[in-house]
Design a protein around this ligand. Structure first.
Ligand code: D54
Ligand code: ZN
Length: 276
């Protein structure tokens, strides 16, 4: 497991492209028949992927967690961006289709990922944060998520936000998670941008056409930087950073946060005209 330490605002303002990418871009978590994680010290969030194809995959603990099992002191949100699959948690099986979400709380001992069809395997995005309290295992489909339409065609940011894990949805200790689907022809996410220094955030872009890219923006609002991301790549957003992107085609992405609260609307908006 790769461990990423924090960078200060000042350091980030002086990073070149390669250094920015080393610190914030997550390129290779999705590998067939593997579970891979990156551990970020921003709120101790773990960002991972699991593609069970030829075999089912069991979520194992990592030495650096010093825990008997992965979810001993953690909770996890799981969203499927691939074919139909299953998540088995302490004997309970959840069927999870594309864009479905399963939440598993602290104390869940055995977690197994599997796919219905090896040729079209489930692709599970995993986001885990420390938890002090246990909440029930819960499955949500995208229809359960009370979709919210945002933006407009005229400003190229027409998109649907599906909120799964948050104060008004699936209950958790601190994890907040959901996904956003851009309407055809719209390319901008999270514009106007915002910060929420009470919570870190991570984005994982998917359904990006192979020869297209996402121009992701980060940094303090008056000190922005950009990185080019491809399909199924994720990016860490420090609590003081904006997180916004523009695609060369329409796309979707999973967002997820951990920190001080679980209120989706706790954001400090940044006026477009104030960005630098
Ligand atoms: O704190 C919330 C997150 O940044 C995202 O939910 C924003 C987003 O999906 C969007 O505006 O497109
Ligand atoms: Zn945000």
């Amino acid at each position: 497991m790769q461990i990423r330490f924090e960078s200060s605002r000042k350091e980030v303002s002086q990073m070149d492209t390669a250094t920015l990418r080393e610190n914030f871009l997550i390129e290779n978590i999705f590998q067939t028949d593997q579970i891979n994680f990156v551990y970020t010290h921003y709120d101790r969030v773990m960002i991972g992927g699991a593609i069970p194809a030829a075999t089912a995959l069991t979520l194992e603990t990592y030495g650096s967690l010093k825990a008997e099992y992965f979810l001993e002191r953690r909770e996890i949100g799981i969203i499927n961006i691939g074919g139909k699959g299953q998540v088995k948690a302490d004997g309970q099986t959840f069927e999870i289709s594309k864009l479905g979400c399963v939440y598993l709380g602290k104390g869940t001992k055995e977690v197994v990922f599997s796919s219905e069809n090896e040729a079209d395997p489930a692709v599970f995005y995993l986001l885990s944060s420390p938890a002090h309290q246990s909440f029930p295992a819960t499955l949500f489909t995208k229809e359960d998520a009370a979709p919210a339409i945002m933006g407009s065609m005229e400003t190229s940011n027409h998109r649907t936000i599906y909120k799964y894990i948050h104060a008004g949805g699936i209950q958790s200790a601190q994890l907040v998670m959901g996904l956003t689907v851009l309407q055809p022809g719209s390319v901008w996410n999270t514009m106007p941008a915002h910060v929420h220094d009470r919570r870190m955030e991570a984005y994982c872009y998917f359904d990006v056409p192979a020869n297209q890219r996402i121009l992701h923006l980060m940094g303090e609002p008056t000190e922005t930087r950009h990185l080019w991301l491809a399909d199924r790549q994720a990016i860490i957003s420090p609590p003081w950073s904006i997180h916004s992107g523009c695609g060369t085609a329409s796309y979707s992405f999973i967002w997820g946060m951990a920190g001080e609260n679980r209120d989706y609307t706790d954001m400090d908006a940044v006026a477009i005209t104030d960005l630098r």
